[in-house]
Design a protein around this ligand. Structure first.
Ligand code: NI
Length: 190
């Protein structure tokens, strides 16, 4: 089932998400399936649980459509539960990022090129892995979501000021978007 994506301005996107236990979420498989369906419906390469209103440490990624250009994205369809970034290394590089919760805005964001991360997969198997380049970039963006951070929090005060009105409009639902969203400041009847 496709879920509405929570738009910029909702407090759930600002909240640090909590770790989950297998016993608490026997239906985790369904949540994961719904998140993938929601992400594909919006043509995203990653989606974090807070973006569908669930404040839990869970995100999904699938960047396999881009694996022709980026060898590190081969088989890059994964589920990350209770992820913890252990180390970020290398010289920061800029990439023009977007976010399904912030439609129509893209900005250059600086991040380290290599990360080491600990996480559980959808079968609750533990992994400790190193990711590089675009794979690392996608994980860092989604990991920020479970830490209550958005890419706009990583912009300079000047850039942030320049897009402030657009961000406010998004929270009110004044934006063209072709997937279902939930806008925190939308007036009734719009
Ligand atoms: Ni995002």
């Amino acid at each position: 089932m496709k879920l509405p994506i929570i738009a910029y301005g909702d407090p759930v996107l600002k909240k640090k998400a909590t770790a989950i236990e297998p016993a608490e979420y026997p239906q985790i498989g369904q949540i994961i399936a719904d998140m993938f369906e929601t992400m594909y419906g919006a043509r995203g390469v990653g989606l974090a649980a807070p973006q569908v209103g669930l404040s839990m440490r869970l995100f999904v990624v699938d960047a396999t459509p881009f694996d022709d250009d980026e060898p590190e994205l081969k088989d890059f369809k994964k589920v990350f539960i209770n992820a913890q970034v252990l180390e970020e290394t290398g010289e920061e590089w800029a990439f023009n990022e977007g976010c399904l919760s912030i439609p129509d805005i893209r900005e250059d964001v600086f991040r380290c090129p290599v990360i080491r991360i600990s996480y559980y997969d959808e079968n609750w198997h533990h992994h400790e892995e190193t990711f590089k380049g675009m794979a690392a970039r996608i994980i860092q963006h989604e990991y920020d979501h479970i830490e209550g951070k958005l890419f706009t929090d990583r912009l300079s005060p000047l850039r942030k000021r320049l897009i402030e009105k657009k961000l406010n409009d998004i929270s009110k639902g004044i934006v063209d978007v072709d997937y279902k969203m939930k806008f925190p400041a939308q007036k009734k009847g719009r």
